[in-house]
Design a protein around this ligand. Structure first.
Ligand code: PMP
Length: 354
């Protein structure tokens, strides 16, 4: 770093994204992207006219996109905010509501502490239970922003919405962010709570269940006053935060309900098949409702498993962190990719004499 870097940022530890190789020689099961392409309607809509329109800035109010999200999900348009990936929505949330501090689980999305550090916000970290469950009662009485992923990452476990309701009810002093990046793969959404509580924000992404990780699009759903707060941050940073092509892609992805349903059904069935195969091979894993599984094997370390799979051109994610460094997180791929994965895991265990 340079001698000019702001003092505040000296101790900031930036987020480490999963590997993103530029060639296609790996089966990529490391960053929870979709193994399927976006809806064919997306490619049709990104046409010559859309490209020519790139000379113009995007609509700062994203009326068409927020309108489509609103009507698809059954919320008023004033309750929708879009960002450049849900990462941006989350960062804006820390800026908007984190002045009294931010609380999140010790094992969760690794960007929460980074956002807190970047925004100069004090973090309070609450440990998951030994079986990796989030105890929402721990957060009762906390004065600042509360944020957790549901289902959680990298465990894939979810907290029942009724428990989130109790948290919202008991803690009107806090904004509660429910990061639902993975909710479409089988968990229950907290969306109905936004109509009952003025302190609940549901954050979603187009990166996982709508196949648009590379387009960068996420959104928040909340009471319109909270949405106004996010707009206050956005219009103090970048009024054109979602680019024209991404807005078009997002609209089409939202509108193509059949494609969305068929992709998520395939992911869910492949995930359940993978769980059976992992059991057969002697793995332990959480009962994930996300588009990944979080697995460990009693005979081989997480690090070794990650490396052995990489040697076989399969990328998974290993987190060298306390309590979870014996695990790997494996994104659900296509059926064919899953076959290759299972036979690689079998070989690795055989070679290790297991
Ligand atoms: N929340 C969670 C829990 C995630 O795992 C991710 C993606 N890694 C995100 C948010 C961010 O997703 P995106 O910025 O691609 O919308």
């Amino acid at each position: 770093m340079s001698a000019y870097l702001s003092k505040r940022l000296l101790t900031l530890k930036p987020y480490t994204p999963g590997e993103q190789p530029t060639d296609k020689k790996y089966i990529k099961l490391n960053t929870n992207e979709s193994p399927f392409p976006p809806s064919p309607k997306v490619a049709e809509a990104i046409n010559r006219e859309a490209v020519e329109d790139l000379r113009l800035y995007s609509d700062p109010d994203l009326k068409a996109l927020t309108g489509t999200i609103a009507s698809t999900l059954g919320v008023p348009r004033e309750c929708v905010f879009c960002g450049n990936g849900s990462d941006e929505v989350l960062c804006f949330s820390f800026l908007a509501w984190g002045s009294e501090g931010a609380a999140y689980p010790d094992i969760s999305y690794g960007f929460y502490p980074v956002f807190a550090g970047l925004c100069g916000i004090k973090s309070s970290v609450f440990p998951l239970s030994p079986d990796f469950q989030i105890n929402l009662e721990d957060y009762d009485g906390f004065k600042g922003l509360i944020v957790f992923a549901n289902p959680n990452a990298p465990t894939g476990l979810f907290v029942e919405v009724e428990k989130i309701r109790t948290l919202a009810e008991n803690n009107p002093q806090s904004v509660i962010i429910v990061d639902e990046a993975y909710v479409d793969f089988g968990a229950e959404s907290a969306l109905p709570l936004i109509f009952d509580y003025k302190n609940v924000v549901v954050v979603r992404t187009f990166s996982k269940s709508r196949q648009l990780a590379g387009a960068r699009l996420g959104f928040a759903l909340a009471d319109s006053e909270l949405i106004n707060d996010l707009n206050r941050v956005k219009f103090s940073f970048n009024p054109y935060n979602v680019n024209r092509l991404t807005a078009i892609a997002g609209e089409q992805a939202m509108l193509d309900a059949d494609y969305f349903e068929s992709c998520r059904a395939k992911i869910i069935s492949t995930r359940e098949r993978l769980k059976c195969e992992l059991s057969r091979l002697g793995f332990a894993f959480t009962d994930s409702t996300a588009n990944f599984v979080f697995a460990s094997h009693p005979g081989i370390s997480g690090r070794r498993l990650y490396e052995a799979l990489k040697d076989r051109r399969i990328l998974v994610r290993h987190f060298p962190a306390e309590r979870i460094d014996n695990y790997v997180r494996i994104t659900i791929g296509t059926e064919a990719e899953t076959d290759v994965l299972i036979s690689a895991l079998s070989d690795i265990l055989k070679e290790a004499g297991l």
